[in-house]
Design a protein around this ligand. Structure first.
Ligand code: SF4
Ligand code: SF4
Length: 677
């Protein structure tokens, strides 16, 4: 056990003049840091203020979970994540260690103690301190070396800036000179029990081998101590002007960001009347949080790698959108039109799949930027052609196909589906949605769902012609007020029938009821049909028929973005598929390479369903290839849009692969006597 004689002198071998120069440089570098940060804060504050509810308790939890533990940094890019954790953790520990040394130094000085008689920097504390800091230095160096190697390899998705080399160089040199100075200190002081500084001790032995002795170590130590200090001052001074700024802006963003995945911030007529603006036309129209996010972006390219539009060769990289706007922020062009920086074609390439938002380790939300740009383009009348026509149809007929209301129940012909008005005591509302009401292929899904609900004797009803489009795609296309109009219509109908629980087979309707409608007073228990059906199976209300013939063959399941990634419904669809496989002895199930929250977009979200891109150039074409390449005979889906996009994509290829919704599979697999069907 080390006793109190085990310590080291702070500022040992450093003369008085050097100390004063050191203090002056500390103030100068901190001044540089504070000036740089204050410049950025002033830029962020030029954004629009928005009411923001922030709780300290949740903020502290987020700080430890998202900033310190960095779970998201390790997701997807494990090696980069571990390297970042080593670099960040090593630097953080060294920073705290330096602060502790400063506290020891100034408190001992205030108490009038001799430099060789520390207050707490001795004994067991000192031993642990040295072990921890030596280890942290190693972590920092390993992390830095990994990033240097990756930059030299030229990984294309990472943003490259010449100042990045300055930062990495300073960090590396800081770590190396720290160990060199420590080794020389050990030789100079002949510190008792120096084994605690195990790296420094190794360096000391190395120096001794090349002839450094206690007699000549002081001069070299002095020179290296200063070199180390100058690198540290340099790093502090350049912090706000380089990539390092992301650690501050990112930490603030991660701690203060409140939006949940799948949520959009509503705009009100009053707001528009006051500002004369819908969405964002210039940088000054973005919120303070959005401007902060621009600085939080470290240009890691994870969002670009995950973006299906970028993958499909569309002119959209979420990283470039953020970085280009960041350049505009840095050059303080607050009134320059955003459309000069981000083209309309880029804005309309997005499928709102949320992959960029979900993958960003710094909480940056490129999708919200894109939506604000879309809102402005729509308000300015800059959307034309098929997508504009789908919005008009939604407004006129309550569905994007523009088909008559009285055809809304055609899908249910011969099924005797209970309507809410004839059956007011229903427990569950089956929300059919426009696709199942009007699209022939999706109508089969609604029929299958009804068959299953009846088989399980669920007390349900539908709204028939009283149902209208949720407005989800209108909202994601930027037509906020059309969405609000449709939502108001639906909310009025749902209130009239005192609806509490909703089952929907469309993940977009599900997301709208879960995240959009509560913003306008609609609070419902809403579940996807796969969740509801899995629950019925678990309750023994649906029995599988082991004799059921099935032609599905090998199955593969495509997770819809709005179900798996946005709303985290991942297991229920798989449980149901597994059940049908076991029941019908269909071959087996193969998982797609990109699945669960890391699923790949079919290309229909965000209103892209209504754009007339050719099948081969559509976002999602690669997903069709991926599904076919699994060798599966049937691609199983659980979203009407995915069903349409996958079917169209597969039809354009020379293959017999079929596409089925889980409800269709299950309806074919249940026992004849399962219920009343
Ligand atoms: S937005 Fe996030 S994921 Fe994309 S480059 Fe910036 S930091 Fe990386
Ligand atoms: S939401 Fe999806 S399509 Fe849009 S920018 Fe992000 S990753 Fe790309």
């Amino acid at each position: 056990m080390p006793d109190d004689s085990v310590t080291r002198e702070i500022f040992g071998n450093i003369d008085e003049l050097s100390k004063w120069i050191f203090y002056a440089l500390t103030v100068a570098s901190l001044g540089c840091f504070a000036y740089g940060v204050s410049l950025r804060v002033r830029l962020w504050r030029r954004g629009r203020a928005r009411e923001h509810s922030f709780g300290w308790k949740i903020g502290i939890t987020r700080f430890f979970k998202k900033v310190v533990w960095q779970k998201k940094v390790r997701r997807g890019r494990r090696n980069a994540g571990v390297a970042h954790l080593l670099l960040f953790g090593g630097f953080g520990v060294l920073f705290v260690g330096t602060l502790l040394i400063a506290i020891e130094h100034y408190s001992a000085a205030l108490l009038g103690r001799e430099p060789t008689d520390p207050l707490f920097h001795k004994g067991i504390y000192f031993a642990v301190f040295e072990i921890v800091l030596d280890t942290a230095g190693l972590a920092l160096l390993v992390g830095c070396a990994w990033f240097v190697k990756r930059r030299l390899a030229g990984t294309s998705s990472i943003g490259q800036h010449k100042l990045d080399w300055l930062v990495l160089g300073l960090l590396l040199l800081l770590g190396v000179t720290g160990y060199l100075a420590e080794g020389l200190r050990i030789i100079r002081e002949q510190t008792p029990q120096p084994g605690f500084s195990y790296v420094g001790l190794g360096v000391a032995r190395g120096f001794e081998m090349i002839g450094v002795t206690r007699g000549n170590a002081s001069t070299i130590h002095f020179a290296l101590w200063w070199t180390h200090a100058l690198f540290a001052f340099g790093l502090i001074a350049v912090f706000p002007y380089t990539r390092l700024l992301h650690s501050l802006a990112g930490a603030i963003n991660l701690v203060t960001r409140t939006e949940q995945l799948g949520t959009l911030i509503p705009i009100s007529i009053e707001e528009v009347e006051e500002t004369g603006l819908v969405g964002a036309a210039a940088l000054q129209d973005l919120t303070r949080q959005q401007l902060l996010e621009l600085d939080a972006c470290v240009s890691c390219g994870r969002c670009q790698d995950a973006c299906p539009a970028y993958e499909a060769g569309k002119p959209l990289s979420p990283r470039d959108v953020v970085q280009d706007l960041k350049s505009q922020l840095s050059s303080q062009q607050f009134s320059k039109a955003l459309s000069e920086t981000v083209t309309d074609e880029t804005v309309w390439s997005c499928t709102t799949c949320h992959a960029c938002v979900d993958t960003c380790p710094l909480g940056v939300d490129p999708l919200r930027l894109i939506t604000d740009l879309r809102r402005n383009l729509v308000a300015e009348g800059k959307l034309s052609g098929a997508p504009a026509s789908s919005l008009q149809k939604m407004q006129r007929s309550g569905n994007p196909w523009g088909l008559p209301k009285d055809e809304r129940m055609n899908w249910a012909e011969g099924l005797d589906v209970p309507h809410a008005s004839d059956h007011p005591d229903f427990e569950v509302l089956y929300w059919v949605g426009c696709a199942a009401a009007y699209d022939r292929r999706t109508q089969k899904v609604a029929r299958a769902v009804v068959k299953l609900l009846k088989a399980a004797e669920v007390n349900f009803a539908v709204l028939g012609a009283e149902e209208c489009c949720t407005g989800e795609s209108a909202r994601r296309m930027g037509e906020e007020f059309l969405f609000q109009e449709l939502a108001a219509r639906n909310l009025e109908t749902l209130a009239r029938y005192s609806v509490r629980k909703i089952v929907t087979h469309c993940p977009h309707c599900l997301n709208s009821f879960k995240h959009d409608y509560p913003q306008f007073g609609g609070q419902f228990e809403v579940v996807h049909h796969t969740q509801f059906l899995a629950n019925l199976v678990a309750q023994g209300k649906l029995e599988m028929n082991e004799d059921a013939g099935d032609d599905s063959g090998t199955l593969t399941y495509h997770d819809p973005c709005y179900l798996a990634r946005v709303n985290k419904v991942i297991d229920p669809p798989r449980e149901l598929i597994q059940l049908t496989v076991s029941a019908t002895e269909a071959n087996n199930v193969v998982e797609l390479p990109r699945c669960g929250v890391d699923t790949a977009c079919c290309g229909a979200g965000g209103g892209k369903m209504w754009f007339d891109d050719a099948a081969e150039t559509r976002v999602g074409a690669s997903r069709v290839t991926e599904a076919i390449d699994t060798g599966a005979d049937t691609v199983v889906v659980s979203c009407p849009f995915c069903r349409i996009m996958m079917s169209d994509g597969i039809a354009a290829r020379d293959t017999n692969v079929q596409v089925k919704d889980i409800a269709e599979l299950l309806a074919d697999a249940i026992h004849e006597n399962s219920g009343r069907c």
